[in-house]
Write a protein that binds this ligand. Structure first.
Ligand code: GLT
Ligand code: MN
Ligand code: MN
Length: 389
């Protein structure tokens, strides 16, 4: 493999400990490879050129560990981070694995479970901050239902809001430099998950007490499962200053959550996503939330991790090529027409503007005669991606 696409820490690639640590268990089959120790993942990922790792509390500290056990585990882990110059930019809570969360965490019908979820998250936030995290993700995998008769719908929204309000106040009170990112998913493991898309999350955020410290963590696979255009959700979040984090992976539309290697399935969608993040010079982490195929052994896991980063860098190079391609740019400047005097009239309402607007004879039939040359533009894009431009 050529060195041109060798990842470096400044590329800001991160992986969840749960991603490379995924032992290949699925609903029909047991694990196929041994669990990889977090300190080993730190070493291997740093050798591959990553910037850091992200984690759930229980990816590092097993559920039910004593305070002494936790101290020892955290000490060893910090040593590995230090030895390999790796960071932990994001942390989150596992509120879905233990059976206590079978009916959700912040939206469980049981008040004890809701309070326990809050307690667990407070502790996990403390751990994340201790490790240097600046972003805290909330993925409510179990916050949903199969039986809509079971809950009074608006309560679930209220409970979730109260939890986020409580925790954001806690963060401020502690003086932590931490922002929250909410991650949507339409279904799985629940039959339906509440607030199933990034769009739902964006609205919910505006109802929070400290909405300025809460953004979104859109995931490629999750929006694609819902049949949506991932990039469009990302753009809307970015435009609203709410793109705090991103989960990069791949997915066939309409399937279970596949969490495939980035760029392995929808190359054109991955390309436009990378192009957008790079064109905007988005400052966040390029985080991969995916895992190796179940067919793989440990070597396959590192092939998978290297592949995610390499594909991202190749697409970044392609984006630059796209921006410098004179045929493409020439066509784009014809397509993206400008008309300053018209744009002035429609930008804001005024008496004069509405009168000016009413006075124009647009001749829509004439405008409609001309095609948009998108066939040509898309073919140029495809040829660029296929490597012949
Ligand atoms: C889980 C899920 C991911 C979330 C992780 C954060 S855990 O693997 O499938 O999409 O981002 O909780
Ligand atoms: Mn995710
Ligand atoms: Mn996923």
């Amino acid at each position: 493999m050529s060195n041109l696409f060798q990842p470096k820490p400044e590329d800001q690639f991160t992986f969840g400990l749960w991603t490379v640590g995924n032992p290949g268990r699925d609903p029909f089959g047991d694990q196929v490879r041994p669990i990889i120790k977090p300190t080993h993942s730190v070493r291997k990922l740093s050798q591959l050129g990553a910037y850091g790792v992200n984690l759930h509390d229980n990816d590092l500290v097993p559920f039910g560990s004593s305070a002494r056990e936790q101290d020892q585990i955290v000490k060893e882990f910090k040593q590995a981070l230090n030895d390999y110059n790796m960071k932990v930019p994001m942390a989150t809570t596992n509120l879905f694995f233990h059976p206590v969360f079978r009916d959700g965490a912040f939206t469980s019908n049981n008040p004890k479970v809701r309070a326990f979820a809050l307690q667990k998250t407070v502790r996990s936030i403390n751990l994340g901050v201790e490790l240097g995290a600046k972003i805290y993700v909330f993925w409510g995998g179990r916050e949903g239902a199969e039986v809509d008769a079971s809950k009074n719908g608006p309560d679930t929204v209220k409970w979730f809001r109260e939890a986020i309000n409580f925790l954001s106040e806690y963060v401020v009170d502690q003086g932590y430099d931490l922002r929250f990112a909410l991650e949507a998913k339409p279904n799985e493991p629940r039959g339906d998950i509440y607030m199933p898309t990034t769009g739902h999350m964006l609205h919910f955020i505006e109802t929070l007490d400290r909405s300025e410290m809460v953004g979104v963590n859109p995931e490629f696979a999750h929006e694609t499962m819902a049949g949506l255009n991932f990039l469009h959700g990302v753009i809307q979040a970015y435009e609203a200053d709410k793109l705090f984090h991103i989960d990069l992976n791949d997915q066939k539309m309409g399937r279970f959550d596949q969490d495939l290697r980035f760029g392995s399935e929808n190359i054109k969608a991955a390309f436009f996503l990378v192009k957008f993040l790079e064109d905007m010079k988005w400052s966040g982490m390029r985080h991969f939330d995916a895992h190796a195929y179940r067919t793989e052994d440990e070597q396959g896991v590192w092939d998978f991790a290297a592949g995610c980063m390499r594909t991202y860098l190749i697409l970044k190079e392609k984006a630059q090529q796209f921006n410098e391609d004179s045929d493409i740019q020439g066509l784009l400047s014809e397509i993206q027409q400008q008309d300053e005097s018209l744009e002035k009239i429609v930008a804001t309402y005024s008496n004069e503007n509405v009168e000016a607007l009413q006075a124009i004879d647009f001749q829509p039939d004439k405008i409609a005669e001309k095609g948009h040359a998108y066939e040509k533009l898309d073919q140029l894009t495809v040829e660029l991606l296929l490597g012949i431009r």
